[in-house]
Ligand binder design. Structure first.
Ligand code: HEC
Ligand code: HEC
Ligand code: HEC
Ligand code: HEC
Length: 504
């Protein structure tokens, strides 16, 4: 080939063509560079504080001005449209889905109403609405203590900073009503100065201390689960350690397994309530989600809650943590497929298969425990003595504790299917042993036939069976929502208007 200089001499238009192509290329390169710079500027912009607020600022929208991407994605926890086979973002009336629960919780608040959780942004609204918190008014108190607010709001760390945790827990639920306004948020998990993850709930720190561990030594990856373990855990209200204050405590001193916590509760003779039918001293498992997760293969391989429920996301060239905390099945590409190469449908199927298998036996265990409560009631009615009932009531307590530990560890049948299955089968064993004792006792008392299974086909029928005046409770609640709640909100707004927020 001839040198380019000579080619241009032969065909002068070629020179112009090269010149034009070069200009276009330079122009495009310039555009690209400027777009990259702009994105960079955006990234820096997103992390340059625009406002300065107090460290205890509870309002997500104030923090959100400094971190719009995290804030906007967090606000998506308001979206209730996604539904998976058993879970999802919508509220599900679990007593309607499974009326056996009404009988299992007879005599306790959960028999009044129990919904499967929604997104974090509903935490305060849902605790206002549930029948469990009652309908406090000028004349009447709530049946629940202030401790119930603990896992609902970033107003909690603010109040604890003002008065200390023991004082915060004191008194009944309505007393802190006007103080707790904001749904779970930034100040629950972050330090406002550094934005590092932070444990804001003393119960978790204290549980670690009693186990001889220092939570400040947790690794960054562990912190990505421990922030969730502030709330998604088993707990109880200790009425002895701080007189006058139902002190939030995690029962982990002997370990986190279903047996270790059972032994802990038995030793201190703790019970949440006395069952209305069987009179057994019952335990209500809260939601040992973290404890069960720890026994699963993902935890063993160092996968954190945030890896699946808060995966990274890219927008406009900026990588950030997606704060839309939800079922990972609504986001398989960013959560599971970061590590697994399988198709979405196959990963979802993996989850459903584990859930189906666990639920099959969980439902059998529920039926056995319903039978135990009804049979125990029959025995009492026939004149059984405390002495005769003692061992049976312990079996009922233990069987139901095991069922609840498995059922209430939300996500447990995927987080750790083997452990969840094991816990349910130990529950079935305990229930069977208890029912043999019951059959013998009933025969001794002259009742030698099957105690009929109650007609509890719907929530309404089950609530009628245990004698719960739901309509009255609901109309009182409506009064509360209409008359008392607006006053709380007004008081809250006034207080918040006084917080210092300055532009940077
Ligand atoms: C301050 C307490 C608190 C902390 C911290 C917390 N949660 Fe929650 N979480 C809740 C409560 C309360 C609900 C139920 C809200 C409702 O139903 O109104 C909930 C609901 C959920 C749900 C169900 C949402 C849905 O759409 O079905 C998931 C999933 C969840 N949390 C995961 C997490 C993860 C992961 C973390 C840690 C990164 C975490 N949570 C930290 C209290 C907390
Ligand atoms: C339930 C706990 C939780 C809540 C509530 C929460 N975050 Fe986060 N946040 C996390 C976790 C976990 C990470 C990942 C941190 C890491 O790995 O270092 C994170 C990371 C961040 C980061 C670091 C940059 C990034 O995107 O990774 C910022 C900024 C942030 N969050 C802002 C917020 C803001 C603003 C809010 C309130 C609207 C908020 N967070 C609410 C748990 C939470
Ligand atoms: C950060 C990486 C990571 C993420 C994210 C992740 N996994 Fe895994 N997964 C693993 C590892 C590691 C194992 C263990 C496999 C091994 O060690 O051979 C595992 C094991 C499994 C198993 C087999 C274990 C069992 O319980 O039977 C299933 C099923 C599974 N993952 C599904 C999922 C699904 C569904 C998601 C999304 C919701 C997901 N994984 C998210 C890393 C991950
Ligand atoms: C390997 C991925 C993975 C890890 C790690 C993980 N989860 Fe999950 N989680 C899931 C999947 C999958 C489901 C089932 C979702 C469904 O059925 O829609 C689930 C369900 C849940 C639910 C019930 C959600 C609902 O819609 O009601 C909660 C709450 C939850 N997880 C919290 C946590 C917490 C807290 C941790 C850490 C202690 C954690 N998860 C760790 C994948 C994970």
């Amino acid at each position: 080939m001839k040198p380019i200089r000579e080619q241009i001499k032969d065909k002068p238009w070629l020179g112009w063509a090269i010149f034009l192509v070069t200009i276009v290329a330079v122009f495009l390169l310039g555009l690209l560079a400027s777009s990259v710079m702009e994105r960079r500027a955006e990234a820096v912009f997103a992390y340059t504080p625009k406002v300065q607020h107090e460290p205890t600022e509870p309002r997500n929208e104030v923090w959100g001005q400094n971190f719009p991407k995290e804030y906007q994605s967090y606000m998506k926890t308001k979206d209730t449209t996604f539904a998976s086979k058993y879970n999802g973002a919508a509220m599900i009336d679990m007593l309607e889905v499974d009326p056996r629960l009404v009988v299992l919780w007879a005599g306790y608040g959960f028999a009044k109403d129990y919904n499967q959780g929604r997104g974090h942004m509903y935490a305060v609204e849902d605790i206002h609405n549930t029948l469990r918190t009652g309908a406090p008014s000028d004349e009447k108190k709530s049946p629940m203590p202030n401790t119930c607010w603990t896992c609902k709001s970033p107003d909690v760390p603010r109040l604890m900073a003002e008065m200390g945790p023991a004082e915060f827990y004191k008194g009944t639920w309505e007393q802190k009503g006007p103080e707790v306004m904001n749904a779970i948020g930034c100040a629950d998990c972050h330090d406002s100065k550094t934005m590092n993850l932070k444990i804001t709930r003393p119960a978790l720190v204290e549980a670690f201390e009693r186990m001889g561990k220092d939570i400040n030594e947790a690794s960054h990856q562990e912190m990505r689960s421990l922030v969730c373990a502030q709330c998604h855990v088993e707990y109880y209200f200790d009425k002895k350690s701080h007189p006058g204050s139902p002190y939030l405590t995690f029962p982990w001193d002997k370990g986190m397994s279903v047996e270790a916590m059972e032994e802990y509760y038995d030793e201190i003779e703790f019970s949440d309530w006395t069952h209305k039918l069987s009179r057994a001293p019952m335990l209500k498992a809260q939601h040992p989600g973290y404890e069960v997760y720890l026994t699963g293969v993902h935890a063993k391989r160092g996968v954190s809650c945030a890896d699946c429920h808060m995966p990274y996301k890219s927008e406009g060239g900026v990588k950030f943590t997606d704060h839309h905390i939800q079922s990972p099945l609504n986001n398989v590409a960013n959560s599971c497929q970061v590590c697994h190469r399988e198709e979405t449908a196959s990963l979802v199927q993996d989850v459903y298969e584990r859930q189906d298998r666990i639920i099959e036996n969980r439902d059998k265990l529920e039926e056995l425990i319903v039978r135990m409560h009804v049979e125990a009631k029959t025995a009492w009615d026939l004149g059984a003595t405390e002495e005769q009932m003692k061992g049976i009531l312990t079996d009922i307590r233990h069987a139901q504790w095991r069922w609840d530990y498995a059922a209430a560890s939300h996500g447990g049948s995927f987080h750790s299917p083997v452990e969840t299955g094991r816990v349910i089968s130990t529950g079935i064993t305990v229930a069977q042993e208890g029912r043999i004792k019951l059959a013998r006792l009933l025969a001794d008392l002259g009742h030698n036939e099957e105690v009929p299974y109650p007609d509890i086909a719907t929530k309404a029928k089950a609530q009628e069976f245990i004698g719960l005046p739901v309509e009255k409770l609901q109309s009182e609640k409506n009064e509360f929502l209409k008359n008392v709640l607006p006053q709380w909100k007004e008081e809250g707004k006034k207080r918040e208007a006084g917080y210092t927020v300055s532009m940077k």
